[in-house]
Ligand binder design. Structure first.
Ligand code: F6R
Length: 610
């Protein structure tokens, strides 16, 4: 949520920051802005709209400076217009700030400042913060970094900020509490950003700021301190593994399509080196030390949001099947505010692509308070959830830039399967056939991508629909939920996922000749039952779209469209392949509806606020 980037060095910061904003645009794209400082003089340009709009304005300007800050916004307080966009400035115009997060007590601070004669141009919490810094700086005789620190000690909420002040030129101050910040160390230049993507083409040497840390960056070096107690914190830099190719979309029109295609190899990448497909034994270094505690757990909670929560539902089927440990799957936003029955015999698995989702992070904190063991499944290396959990497993799906999650989802499912094998007791099913089939899933993913005509046909016939229903049984139920979520997110068509048999208990009232119903029918014990459900929809003139790996005469007769899913050597492969077909279906529908696929309205990739 919101992307922030700062630069201090000898080069012109403008192109560096603009490139960084383009890379961070997946985090928020309501508005964007940049401010630079040169010889103690601040200039800025900000604008409602995309980074490309900002870029055009900058092309027509003389903006230039060797120190700068830039922001791409996902609006929380105040509508996405130019006034509310970042950077924000204090009343003297000498202090500028960019902010990701929410200052919860901004109203009470604003009232105090209003009483002192301050006035405000925007509706944002961020402007309140910069005015508070200004009030402290110009009245308490502190250095700029001390004033920022003092202000941060008065605010409640979440922030990742970068600020500068023209009275102390050539200095950037950044701090984090709840919103990630990565600090990049180049040759005579420094970078600070919400994630490593704006930094990687300049340097691989980074430091991940931890919660409650503030950094002062000058031309002669940097210093990290604790916001609360001012102690100096010595941190060792690490090397980023990310490559530029991974964050570019190459020949694909959209990141989402590239990421759907990446699944030819990403699921195998997730499993590589962690499984011996010949005997189905799995080894996950990240949880090895805790494995006895996990095997003896009385219950497992899986907590996550959105697509990651759907992966968690699939994980329930896998862990209960292979490890025979009871699993409860809960939205992190609910879990964090309940009084769940957890203790030291409970394992709480948190799933998060970004590793930064505020609710999931809070759920982990809660689980820890109750003495549970926390396990993270994250895609972004070094992310907060990866670091806050007691142990964990990376999905290694590579950077996911498209806002709608695709390859991260299938890799999360692969990790959950690996976990289920690690947790299994000696007498449980070995998972050998499934591991072999999953490790080699790439060929079947290729087939889906090659034979996508049937998916395009469905899209052509249904792109004007207002609603869709997705129905599946067993492990195909989470696939139905995920298919519906993908469609809603990127095409803005209303869609619901249901267990197929639940249709009769309500949703069937919606069926008419305008309602496309996607059935996910695998060739297993549920096939005949799903066939009956299809008949029920057909009898009410619904548009039947069947995804299946068994095209029987009967299914042909009652389906308006069939999307064939490649046959596989293990029944648990079908739901994964079906979810990839549904990602493509959502994509094709969104293309026909001319939607902004990589940046759907109102969404952001990393939800760092509640
Ligand atoms: C859906 C989607 C969201 C995320 C959710 C959790 O395509 O991307 O529903 O899955 O916001 O995000 P992470 O996994 O980063 O915690």
């Amino acid at each position: 949520m919101c992307g922030i980037v700062g630069y201090l060095g000898k080069k012109d910061s403008v192109p560096i920051i603009l490139d960084g904003l383009h890379r961070l645009e997946y985090r928020g794209y309501d508005s964007a802005g940049i401010a630079v400082m040169e010889e103690g003089e601040i200039q800025f340009i900000k604008n409602a709209g995309k980074v490309s709009d900002l870029s055009r304005l900058i092309d027509d300007s003389v903006l230039k400076g060797s120190i700068g800050i830039g922001h791409t916004r996902w609006a929380t307080h105040g509508e996405p217009n130019t006034v509310n966009s970042h950077p924000h400035f204090d009343r003297t115009g000498k202090i500028g700030i960019i902010h990701n997060g929410i200052i919860e007590n901004y109203n009470s601070i604003k009232e105090v400042l209003l009483n002192k004669g301050f006035d405000f141009k925007s509706e944002t919490d961020t402007e309140v913060l910069v005015q508070l810094i200004s009030e402290i700086y110009y009245s308490d005789g502190l250095s700029f970094e001390q004033a920022v620190q003092s202000a941060l000690n008065q605010v409640v909420g979440a922030y990742g900020i970068v600020a500068f002040c023209s009275d102390e030129p050539n200095k950037l101050v950044a701090a984090r509490h709840g919103s990630p910040l990565v600090f990049g160390i180049g040759d005579d230049e420094y970078f600070i950003a919400s994630d490593a993507s704006p930094i990687v083409e300049h340097t691989r040497k980074v430091i991940y700021l931890d919660e409650g840390e503030i950094i002062t960056i000058t031309q002669s070096g940097y210093e990290i301190r604790s916001i609360i107690n001012d102690n100096i914190i010595n941190k060792i830099s690490t090397e980023i593994e990310l490559s530029i190719d991974e964050i570019e979309k190459g020949e694909f029109p959209h990141h989402m399509l590239k990421e759907i295609h990446d699944q030819v190899h990403t699921i195998t990448d997730t499993m590589r080196g962690r499984i011996d497909p010949s005997d189905g034994s799995a080894h996950l270094g990240g949880i090895a030390e805790q494995i006895d505690r996990i095997k003896n757990a009385h219950r497992i909670y899986i907590t996550a949001c959105g697509t990651s929560w759907h992966a968690g539902l699939m994980g329930k089927y896998l862990i209960e099947e292979y490890a025979r440990i009871p699993v409860h799957v809960e939205y992190a936003s609910e879990f964090r505010y309940r009084n769940p029955i957890i203790n030291s015999k409970t394992v709480v698995i948190a799933i998060s692509q970004s590793g930064e989702t505020a609710d999931t992070l809070a759920a982990i904190k809660k689980a820890k308070e109750f003495g549970a063991l926390t396990v993270g499944i994250c895609n972004v290396v070094g992310s907060t959830i990866a670091r806050e959990t007691d142990c964990g497993v990376y999905t290694h799906a590579g950077p996911e830039i498209g806002v709608a999650s695709t390859k991260a989802f299938t890799s999360q499912v692969a990790v959950l399967f690996l976990l289920s094998l690690c947790f299994r007791k000696d007498n449980g099913p070995t998972g050998k056939n499934f591991s072999e089939a999953l490790f080699n899933i790439g060929e079947q993913v290729k087939q889906i991508l090659k034979n996508s005509d049937s998916i395009k046909d469905v899209a052509n016939a249904t792109f004007n629909s207002d609603n869709f229903l997705y129905l599946g049984r067993g492990m195909n139920f989470p696939v139905a939920l995920e298919g519906a979520l993908k469609l809603k997110e990127i095409s803005y068509i209303h869609a619901e996922g249901y267990p197929a048999a639940e249709m009769k208990h309500g949703p069937i009232a919606l069926i008419d000749e305008k309602m496309p119903v996607v059935f996910i029918a695998s060739n297993d014990e549920t096939y005949a039952k799903v066939l009956s459900n299809i008949q029920e929809v057909k009898a009410r003139n619904g548009i039947v779209i069947t995804l299946t790996d068994h095209v029987s005469n009967e299914i042909k007769k009652i389906s308006d469209f069939i999307i064939e899913v490649p046959k596989s050597r293990h029944p648990r492969i079908f739901p994964i392949l079906a979810s990839i077909s549904l990602q493509l279906l959502a994509y094709e529908l969104a293309v026909l509806r001319e939607c902004n696929i990589d940046r759907p309205r109102n969404l952001a990739k990393s939800v760092t606020v509640e």
